[in-house]
Write a protein that binds this ligand. Structure first.
Ligand code: MSP
Length: 513
């Protein structure tokens, strides 16, 4: 079995989950389900980022201790993943002992190796972002990220030697074209590294200023900077220092799925941290685009600080989980920005799901009932010559686009079959075949439709698992699709004749506006 290790970011628990968070995890779930279908041993990891000033302040606002607060809010994410059918293999919280131990050991080891050292920090600091800025960066005493006031501080801190590994990182990126994806993000990181000298990273915060963090094992006056803490989850959850066999099997990760807002931390800090620990970097950091919200003045990123967040739970309640999953991955190529609106969502659901897929399933099953008393007809298992090209090319195209994390294209590939199947009904006119008693031809044609539905349900399963399982069951097949043997299932002609079908209700009723 091949292993496949994929992670999402750990989400800050000070805000409720929104579409952006749902996006990364749904994409991760699609990729994880796809690899499970291929028979890989999948480790799909998500979790929550629970330390730092922002969390402490949010806890205070609710009159809760930070620990009680994170226990409560972390569950909001767990609930959302269940609601969205996002099936992860582990959920790590940065307040867990298994993670704390790793963070403390890493800092101690790096301190002993002199890659972490003590020095005096002098400069600007943004409290809400917990970021340090130079005078030029913090022009007008404002934080370049959140635009709030920065403070001037001078204090002893611990630093991590990012600068020492800059040349190594440049050469690693140049030698590994797949390390950062998509290409635009690869170029962005490489040109940043070539054009700027990296400063060492301040990885501590004095306890007198911030208590809510992982204490340094050798200096209890300091806690760990949230990013240095959180990034290490990718190895702590994989068993680093605690389960050698598991860690050796899993590491390096195959993919870190992230949003482009946190590329610097994942494509610069993280590989350098691993290098200093003498561990290999992840194989690929894939940074997707943002969901934006339309404004009169143009569009802006959806985020808590802008107060324009759309709740995924509301959308699921209104449209259903599969429509939401489908929309997010079909609407824009993963990697580009997309605009979220109810109008776009309704259009997409009506055209692709209600008109194309839902209609195909409903009318096809209806015909089996009408012409063959609800039994899959006997038929030549050969695929019809006129559709052979599309059907023959589908496996290769689909596998390639899925492995390239090109979900949009995978869905396009599947839709070629959905469209030809729908079109074939208009062209073949099965009702005329029935009238003219061309039974053999009718049997062959209906079998072609049923087999198309089965194949579509397999390919589409990672995207809309619940619906696909339904379609598969409606064909009279009862296996859980997550246990399907993909290579066998995609062979044309393996649907047995004689199975009893179930017509059911339309899968996606049209949404009237
Ligand atoms: N806690 C850090 C990540 C630590 S990872 C070791 C963090 N958390 S976050 O809650 O702010 O979530 C960031 C992630 O949420 C983004 O990288 C992206 O995956 C997702 N998104 C947040 N807003 C988004 C959009 N508007 N659009 C798409 N995804 C975005 O940063």
């Amino acid at each position: 079995m091949k292993k496949f290790y994929l992670s999402t970011p750990l989400y800050y628990v000070n805000s409720s989950p929104h579409i952006g968070h749902a996006y990364t995890n749904i994409a991760g779930d699609v990729q994880a389900r796809f690899h499970r279908l291929l028979g890989d041993e999948v480790f799909f990891l998500t979790g929550t980022d629970e330390h730092g000033q922002k969390i402490k302040r949010a806890a205070e606002e609710q009159n809760l201790s930070p620990q009680d607060f994170v226990d409560k809010t972390s569950d909001n994410f767990k609930i959302l993943w269940q609601t969205l059918n996002v099936r992860t293999d582990d959920f790590i919280r940065t307040t867990e002992p298994r993670h704390k131990k790793v963070v403390q050991k890493v800092i101690k080891d790096l301190y002993e190796k002199k890659d972490v050292y003590e020095s005096v920090y002098e400069g600007f600091y943004c409290v809400p972002c917990e970021s340090f800025w130079t005078e030029t960066q913090a022009a007008d005493n404002k934080c370049p990220d959140c635009k709030r006031d920065v403070e001037f501080i001078k204090e002893k801190n611990y630093f991590f030697k990012l600068s020492k590994y800059q040349d190594w990182l440049i050469s690693h990126i140049e030698k590994n074209k797949d390390f950062i994806k998509p290409t635009e993000r690869y170029n962005e990181v490489l040109s940043f590294l070539k054009g700027n000298k990296l400063n060492d990273l301040c990885i501590s915060r004095p306890k007198e200023r911030l208590e809510w963090g992982i204490e340094f094992a050798f200096d209890p006056d300091y806690v760990t900077y949230v990013w240095f803490d959180a990034l290490l989850n990718y190895i702590s959850a994989a068993g680093c220092f605690s389960d050698k066999a598991k860690f050796e099997r899993l590491w390096p990760a195959d993919f870190h799925f992230i949003g482009k807002d946190i590329l610097r931390q994942h494509a610069i800090y993280w590989p350098i941290m691993l290098k200093a620990l003498e561990l290999p970097p992840p194989k690929c950091v894939f940074a997707h685009g943002w969901w934006l919200v339309e404004k009169d003045s143009g569009s802006e990123k959806m985020s808590k600080s802008k107060g324009n967040v759309v709740s995924p739970l509301d959308i699921v309640e209104e449209f259903g989980k599969d429509c939401f999953r489908f929309f997010l991955l079909r609407e824009v190529p993963f990697g580009l920005d997309g605009k979220f609106s109810y109008k776009a969502m309704i259009q997409r659901v009506n055209s692709d799901l209600a008109n194309d897929l839902g209609n195909l399933v409903f009318r096809s099953l209806n015909m089996v009932e009408k012409y063959f008393m609800g039994r899959i007809p006997e038929a030549g298992k050969e695929m019809p010559a006129e559709y052979k090209k599309v059907i023959d090319e589908l496996p290769e195209k689909y596998l390639k686009s899925m492995k390239d994390i090109n979900f949009y294209l995978s869905l396009e590939n599947i839709w070629e079959l959905v469209r030809i199947a729908n079109k074939s009904v208009e062209e073949k006119k099965p009702w005329s075949l029935a009238k003219e008693k061309k039974i053999k031809e009718l049997e062959n044609f209906i079998y072609f439709l049923m087999e198309s539905l089965r194949i579509i349900s397999i390919y589409l399963y990672p995207f809309i698992p619940e619906t696909c399982q339904k379609i598969y069951n409606q064909l009279g097949l009862d296996k859980p699709l997550d246990k399907a043997d993909f290579q066998k299932e995609i062979e044309w002609g393996s649907l047995p004749s004689g199975l009893a079908t179930k017509k059911g209700e339309p899968l996606f009723p049209r949404i009237e506006t």
